[in-house]
Design a protein around this ligand. Structure first.
Ligand code: ADP
Ligand code: MG
Length: 702
């Protein structure tokens, strides 16, 4: 058989059912297996003679099978396989549970290697319980026993043993053919293992130290590529030209006077940072980060106003129709005194606020709206993804604002930036997010962005009273909520799943089940509705609209509510399975009910018993903290992987875990910078250039 690293895993010499399981692990090509790294190791390199064994030791022994038989244990109805193994110093009892096939697998006289823990009970003073096993044969390397053993993330049908065996075969075949992926000078400079060494040692280390060194090499590589890709992007942007936007200080004064509130210091600071960027000839690429309700819109509105008054156009894109409409209304209110023309373009609706008639909304045809956009008559166009259609062209677009930027892919962003008429200028970009990302992390994954942060919310906000509720108190909480809803308040109920699950996840609450339960058993007197990502957009919009209008009192939803649903009367929230969510995310959920002067209440329920760590996490939420503080705590307690949600970022686990290593983050950045300073286009490093292109695709899931 001619195996290649690029062959599909179907060519592997294993039964079909395993191939299906491998695919479930996202192992599609033979080569993927080599890069499927162990999750943990167990050190069984302690090889001992039988006579020297001590209770509790983790050891390996080698000997001959003297006897082996299956016994049905009468009490527990399970099969025990008992064997007597002997070496030249003595013999030892070995027991396996529920693996009756072992009786036929081993023959009397077989030489075996066993790794396990030495146990003791009233029958046998010393025995090995369910040790890992492997037959010893001439010229055969031990891979499952008698050494540091690697363990992989498994699925139901596939064991670490199988994965280990496959990888062993593949390494034998391919190791010497693997091309090095890092330049030699970098390997030397950073004292890293070569790819060939590292790949062997990460799967089959002779000692734990080796595994660590191998892992370091791969972590280095991931971070290095991440920095290279981000820094290269930044260099490229710095070469571009943008419209230089001159802003009179008078305009800011007038804007501030016109507001119904006083800008907070943080808002002022962010505006200042943005204004400075806009006045430069290179394009701004700035992230505005602030909790839900922190007042990002006012900052965005002034950035837009400044650009418009300098004679240019602005585009604002939001991820949903509802958010777009909210922005349309809100920004119109904020900019009303300045006579700007604002358009709304979504999948369904096209509206225009005319500057001739302040405060008045006119519905105009899409054709007309697009004409005004192209001619430059329209000052600000707000909308959904509809903004990046071919036919939307701006006459002189100088600023692009993205709300909830993480909801958009790089390509969508890039496309919006190109919606201006063909010219050598590209617009400034202001991205907004309510997802707090700790500074250290942000500097790495957003290294190509500058960041402005609104840390403190506007004064006078009452934080939601947040409580962790014991299961037996559930109905008390329902009764409390019933009273509040009768007073006109509305309730969000957030569940971790859409549909009920089986098996390990069966205890998690689902929207479907909770919706039925609340509707028919707890709150029959109220209108209850559900909201989740599997519903059609039109259905979802309808539910949200009715919730806003107060026609629905209780909304049972998944995490979809995290994205800017703005309903002042909704001041009540239940979060089910709270331990399943990140702190920052919980904080964002809670932000949804803190939008009015009314006291808000947030009740957290957990599914099952919590670990100390999980409790600690949730406790942090109870004493009110800013989203940024919570994010820092989350990062510390859960590590970057779970924190960012490796899936969401499409980032390799290894890079995620590496992000926690600040020293490595710094070192890799320095080296990436050095390389780019000497060779900005990576001409000397074609392999790297190719890889960061690929890396970017994975990283951004496109
Ligand atoms: P977000 O950052 O979530 O987009 P918004 O910009 O929608 O927050 O602001 C939330 C609410 O706070 C709005 O009703 C807005 O009018 C109000 N707001 C914004 N800035 C201030 C301020 N400086 N003082 C008082 N209220 C403010
Ligand atoms: Mg907002």
């Amino acid at each position: 058989m001619k195996l290649k690293l690029s062959s599909p895993i179907e060519v592997l010499p294993i039964p079909k059912k395993y191939k299906k399981e491998l695919r479930k692990l996202k192992l599609e090509k033979v080569g993927d297996l080599l890069f499927y790294f162990p999750q943990r190791y167990e050190d069984y390199s302690n090889l001992k003679k039988i006579k020297d064994l001590k209770i509790g030791e983790k050891v390996s022994i080698q000997g001959k099978i003297k006897e082996i038989e299956n016994i049905i244990s009468p009490l527990k109805k399970r099969v025990l396989t008992e064997a007597l193994v002997e070496d030249e110093t003595g013999s030892l009892r070995v027991v396996w549970f529920n693996q009756p096939f072992l009786k036929n697998y081993f023959k009397r006289g077989d030489k075996v290697s066993l790794s396990g823990k030495v146990s003791s009970d009233s029958f046998y003073p010393l025995y090995l319980s369910s040790p890992y096993f492997e037959k010893i044969k001439p010229h055969k390397t031990l891979i499952h026993t008698g050494r540091v053993i690697s363990f992989y993330s498994e699925t139901k049908g596939i064991s670490s043993k199988l994965i280990r065996w496959l990888i062993f075969l593949l390494l034998k075949e391919f190791k010497e053919k693997l091309p090095e992926t890092l330049p030699e000078e970098i390997l030397k400079k950073a004292k890293l293992l070569t790819l060939r060494e590292a790949i062997e040692k990460i799967h089959f280390p002779a000692e734990l130290k080796e595994a660590k060194k191998a892992k370091l090499r791969f972590q280095f590589e991931e971070l290095f590529l991440l920095h290279l890709s981000v820094l290269k992007e930044r260099l490229a942007l710095e070469k571009e030209k943008a419209f230089k936007i001159e802003i009179s200080s008078q305009l800011l004064e007038r804007f501030k006077e016109s507001l119904p509130f006083k800008l907070t210091l943080d808002q002022e600071k962010c505006i200042k940072e943005i204004v400075q960027d806009l006045s430069k000839e290179t394009p701004m690429n700035r992230l505005l980060q602030g909790d839900v309700g922190s007042g990002k819109t006012a900052v965005a509105a002034f950035s837009a106003l400044a650009t418009i008054k300098a004679g240019y156009q602005v585009a604002l894109m939001a991820p949903t129709e509802i958010l777009s409409k909210q922005h349309f209304q809100e920004i119109h209110k904020l900019l009303a005194p300045f006579r700007v023309e604002i358009g709304l373009l979504t999948g369904k609706q096209d509206k225009l606020l005319s500057k001739k008639l302040p405060g008045q909304t006119i519905e105009i045809s899409r054709k007309k709206l697009l004409e005004k956009t192209l001619s430059g008559d329209l000052d600000l166009l707000i909308g959904t993804h509809a903004l990046i259609q071919e036919k939307v062209k701006f006459g002189n677009l100088a600023l692009v604002i993205l709300d909830e930027q993480h909801r958009f892919g790089v390509k969508q962003r890039a496309k919006l930036l190109k919606q201006g008429k063909a010219s050598s200028f590209i617009p400034h970009l202001l991205s907004m997010t309510a997802t707090p990302i700790p500074r250290t992390l942000a500097l790495t994954i957003y290294g190509d962005l500058d960041i402005s942060i609104i840390e403190k919310p506007p004064p006078g906000r009452k934080p939601a009273i947040t409580q962790l509720v014991e299961p037996e108190e559930r109905f008390k909480v329902y009764e409390f909520l019933r009273k509040e809803i009768k007073k006109g308040k509305q309730l969000f109920v957030i569940c971790p799943k859409i549909e009920p699950k089986e098996g390990k996840l069966a205890h998690l609450k689902s929207v479907e089940k909770e919706y039925e339960f609340l509707k028919s058993e707890v709150f029959p007197e109220f209108k209850v509705a559900k909201l989740h990502g599997k519903m059609k957009t039109s259905e979802r919009d309808k539910v949200i609209q009715e919730f806003r209008e107060g026609k629905i009192q209780i909304l049972v939803a998944t995490s979809v509510v995290e994205v800017g649903i703005d309903v002042p009367q909704a001041t009540l929230m239940i979060i089910e399975g709270a331990e399943r969510f990140g702190l920052a995310q919980l904080h964002q959920f809670r932000g949804r009910i803190q939008r009015s002067k009314e006291q808000a209440f947030c009740f957290l329920f957990v599914s099952g018993n919590l670990s100390e760590k999980a409790k600690k996490r949730l406790q942090a939420l109870l004493s009110t903290k800013s989203g940024l503080e919570l994010a820092e705590i989350d990062l510390k307690l859960r590590g970057p992987g779970s924190f960012l949600g490796a899936r969401q970022w499409g980032m390799p686990d290894l890079a995620m875990s590496a992000l926690a290593n600040q020293k490595l983050v710094k070192r890799t950045k320095e080296i990436a910078q050095e390389i780019l300073t000497q060779d900005p286009e990576l001409k000397k490093y074609p392999v790297l250039a190719k890889r960061i292109k690929k890396f970017k695709e994975i990283f951004h899931k496109e």
